[in-house]
Design a protein around this ligand. Structure first.
Ligand code: DCP
Ligand code: CA
Ligand code: CA
Length: 367
């Protein structure tokens, strides 16, 4: 297999950093974001906290009353989670990160893998500059910092990223990967939880180096073929899991309101052309092709209608969208006297060249 350059980006103290973003006045104080269960004012758990609060011993998952106790006498700020807002910020960052990668895989609200092999010509020296540029762009455009791990595969990138936070950039070259993992405890590997690491310890396996040199046949005898081989490979820094988008969006759309209600095709097309630009950019960034184009119309009486067309073969360009949007709108306007108030453009029925290899990591995602 070709030498890959894979990155993991993980946003720093994410929910708390989002709160600092909209209220910079709290930046120098301990900030704790929590889920309030609502029973009493005190009950609930810490989602996350900024690094100032962490110095006092606050941790994710800790009961809020305990965090309050640890921060007694400070000017700590406690805030309830606002998932919608964090998702908005996350989407803006993800969109920028996506443009840096050949393939992109968002794994959670604050984490994504990027395959940048082509962009950096397989060079880990180039990858450093590239990651710095990416971090700087997100910082200046969104205002959020994140940590990056760079490695020859997802497994190494992830552990590299965890090793230096916040605002970290850790690069592990292919020839360094095994040595980098060697001294770490086995529970740093995805899929090695409390039970497994206890079992491993009873076999004399504590570090990843212990696991790497353990007889793979014996591992298979204990954990079965799939897991046994996985543990062996992972400990040896081997992972050929590809970076690929999960749960692809079913459609991409934009909607907007006309400056004034209108029945004039040319006037309405000015708006839909603008919307099409955005839709087409998203399509390009996600490396998709679509087979369906639709327009959505809200009329002056506030009734809404949509019209769609299925293409004979997949398309990916802006002009195709514009062409069919015009055709659909033209036909639609001939069927009604009412003026149009809002319009939307949507493409769907996506396809993309995708490797169909079953992912080992999805095996663990439920645990
Ligand atoms: N989260 C949560 N409850 C947890 C752990 C995390 O609600 N027990 C939420 C809040 C975090 C977000 O998920 O901001 C991302 O989790 P991370 O584990 O990446 O932690 P942070 O981003 O907060 O901190 P770090 O800087 O260590 O990545
Ligand atoms: Ca994070
Ligand atoms: Ca994370």
């Amino acid at each position: 297999m070709q030498n890959r350059v894979v990155m993991l980006a993980d946003f720093d103290y994410f929910f708390a950093q989002c709160e600092e973003l909209r209220n910079p006045a709290i930046k120098d104080k301990p900030v704790v974001v929590g889920v309030y269960s609502g029973r009493t004012e005190e009950s609930g758990a810490v989602s996350t906290s900024n690094y100032i609060a962490r110095k006092y011993g606050v941790k994710s998952g800790m009961p809020l009353f305990m965090a309050k106790r640890k921060l007694e006498g400070t000017d700590a700020v406690f805030l309830p989670v606002d998932h919608q807002y964090y998702e908005q910020i996350s989407n803006r960052i993800m969109q920028i990160l996506r443009s840096y990668a050949t393939s992109f895989e968002q794994v959670s609200v604050d984490e994504a893998y990027l395959d940048v092999t082509g962009q950096v010509q397989g060079s880990f020296e180039n990858a450093k500059n590239y990651a710095e540029k990416m971090k700087a762009e997100v910082k200046s455009r969104v205002g959020v910092s994140f940590s990056v791990g760079v490695g020859p595969n997802k497994l190494v990138a992830k552990i590299a990223c965890e090793s230096q936070k916040p605002d970290g950039l850790t690069i592990v070259k292919p020839e360094e990967a095994k040595g980098f993992l060697a001294p770490l405890p086995v529970n740093r590997l995805l899929g090695v939880g409390k039970k497994t690491s206890a079992k491993m310890e009873s076999l004399g396996i504590k570090t990843i180096a212990d696991l790497a040199s353990y007889d793979v046949q014996k591992l298979m005898a204990v954990w079965g073929k799939t897991l046994g081989v996985y543990f062996h490979d992972a400990a040896n820094a081997a992972d050929d899991d590809v970076v690929q988008e999960q749960g692809e969006a079913e459609s991409i759309s934009r909607i907007g309101t006309l400056k004034q209600d209108s029945h004039d095709l040319a006037f309405i097309l000015q708006k839909t052309d603008e919307l099409t630009e955005d839709v087409a950019n998203d399509v390009t960034e996600r490396n998709l092709s679509f087979k369906q184009v639709a327009v959505y119309v809200v009329l002056a009486d506030l009734s809404s209608k949509s019209r769609s067309i299925t293409l004979e073969k997949p398309a990916r360009d802006k002009e195709t969208i514009k062409h069919y949007v015009k055709e659909l709108l033209d036909r639609f306007l001939s069927e009604t006297q009412l003026e149009v108030r809002r319009v939307g453009v949507k493409v769907s029925d996506f396809s993309r060249e995708e490797p169909s290899q079953k992912q080992l990591t999805s095996f663990f995602q439920t645990s």
